[in-house]
Design a protein around this ligand. Structure first.
Ligand code: SAH
Ligand code: F3S
Length: 459
């Protein structure tokens, strides 16, 4: 097996050959927006090396699966998929099957023991080495692994090749220093670092030049951004000056890093969308403290209050974990109560999944029975569904502005897109209305997940 334990790659690659130049690449992505952005980076990097992207997995010479390690079921799903993809090797014995992203970093060379047909394993700081690793696999039959951390890696000179769509992701921070007890991210994505602000602005300008009207800045604690004197509020102001960009989003901010000045900047710029994803995790101070989240229910509510005071029509979404180690019925009820108090527009809700290597896995027993976790999850999802329903009903009769993404998946006569408050809206097609336009839609119906309406034409 070819492994490396230092920053320097130890493979001796043959020179690029004509065969390499003609290779086709298929990339499949699991997990969060950060992974989607990383896949675009991988495609940018490999197309620069002459690889050709294909959307036909059965025609690919190289298949890379970019993975998520956040919960155990995410990993199980990918392992199942890898074994399915391995079948393509029967028709194409030269096929290279690679695993990238968080799961690679988490499982390391154990992945090869579990799935010996995997040829390449690269962690999130190692994508720059992919061309070399792929070339080495021409000469070597042993798997190539690259799993180092590199605090200096911002992928500065690589321009992502973006998937078709109306939103462009820009990674402004990599890694995380927060060390929440349940979370694998700091272990698989390494230390927190902010991309130099000049590069962030260059990337957003490039998006604007390519015709994108919406940008989403990405980071695990995006509001902790700092490059010298430039903090996140400054970066938002600078991004808002870029012509052509109509909408700026960011995800995910951390509730402990939300100064009022940032909220003032958000409120002052019409380009910054009135939506914030503010991960709550739990509404009980005791659970939050076991989770090592450095805020309390009270300080969380204070951020919500400030956001709503400065941006009254802001939509708030969140993440919640139920069944964390030692979670009592009262603690769970405190989370439900908090959700009733805040009235989030929507929420991602999860059962706690112990991740090897994290503080909670090492130090706290996973003692909430699976049946109780499942019961709590179902109940909180049901509760949130009725809150989301009420929040969406409040839009009926109002005009929302929708960035058109394309044809509705359920009805070819309809279009869909997102409102500035991040609601999906569906409405009948009209001549001349195309993707990437922002159109006014009068809402006439809703579900907990979608707004329905008609394009409003000037009287
Ligand atoms: N920094 C990001 C978190 C990324 S992980 C943020 O603050 O949004 C996305 C979500 O997955 C977390 O907010 C959390 O709700 C959930 N999550 C993370 N680790 C988990 C675990 N071990 N079990 C269950 N859910 C988890
Ligand atoms: Fe994870 Fe907490 Fe960072 S949830 S990504 S350790 S802010």
């Amino acid at each position: 097996m070819v492994t490396e334990s230092t920053d320097r790659i130890v493979l001796e690659p043959p020179a690029p050959s004509a065969a390499v130049q003609a290779r086709s690449l298929y990339v499949e992505t699991y997990g969060c927006q950060m992974n989607k952005a990383d896949s675009e980076l991988i495609v940018g990097l490999l197309t620069r090396e002459g690889y050709r992207v294909t959307d036909r997995v059965d025609r690919a010479d190289v298949i890379l699966v970019n993975t998520c390690a956040i919960r155990e079921n995410a990993e199980q799903r990918v392992l199942g998929r890898m074994s399915e993809l391995n079948r393509f090797k029967t028709a194409n014995p030269d096929l290279i099957l690679g695993l990238c992203g968080c799961m690679s970093q988490h499982l390391g060379d154990r992945i090869i023991e579990q799935a010996p047909y995997i040829d390449l394993v690269a962690g999130p700081d190692n994508y720059r080495r992919l061309p070399t690793m792929l070339r080495a696999l021409d000469a070597e039959s042993e798997p190539a692994l690259s799993l180092t951390w590199d605090r200096a890696e911002h992928y500065l000179d690589i321009d992502p090749v973006r998937e078709a769509g109306v939103n462009g992701w820009v990674t402004i921070m990599r890694g995380c220093d927060k060390m929440c007890a349940f979370c694998i991210v700091p272990f698989v994505r390494g230390r927190e670092r902010s991309t130099p602000h000049g590069e962030v602005i260059r990337q957003i300008e490039r998006l604007a030049a390519e015709g994108y009207r919406e940008v989403t800045m990405l980071g695990q604690t995006v509001n902790k951004y700092r490059d010298g004197e430039v903090d996140f509020a400054d970066l938002l102001s600078r991004a808002a000056e870029i012509d052509g960009i109509a909408r700026i989003r960011f995800t995910s901010p951390h509730p402990a890093h939300f100064p009022e000045r940032l909220i003032e900047v958000m409120a002052a710029s019409p380009k910054v969308c009135p939506h914030t994803h503010l991960p709550l995790q739990s509404g009980a101070s005791t659970t939050l403290s076991r989770m090592r989240r450095d805020y309390t229910p009270e300080t969380f509510l204070e951020v919500v209050r400030m956001l709503r005071e400065h941006i009254p029509r802001i939509a708030l979404t969140t993440d919640v974990i139920v069944g964390f180690c030692g979670e009592t019925e009262e603690e769970y009820e405190a989370t439900c109560e908090m959700m009733r108090t805040v009235q989030f527009d929507s929420a991602f809700m999860f059962k706690y999944s112990p991740r090897p290597g994290t503080a909670s896995h090492k130090r706290l027993p996973d003692d909430v029975p699976e049946a109780v976790k499942a019961e709590r999850l179902t109940a909180i999802i049901d509760m949130q569904k009725s809150i989301s329903d009420l929040r969406n009903r409040a839009y009926r009769g109002q005009i929302v502005h929708v960035l058109v993404e394309g044809q509705s998946k359920r009805d070819a006569d309809k279009l869909f897109g997102k409102t500035d408050a991040f609601k999906t809206a569906v409405f009948p097609r009209r001549p001349g209305i195309e993707s990437n336009m922002i159109v006014p839609v009068r809402v006439n119906g809703s579900t907990p997940f979608t707004l329905f309406g008609d394009i409003e034409t000037p009287a």
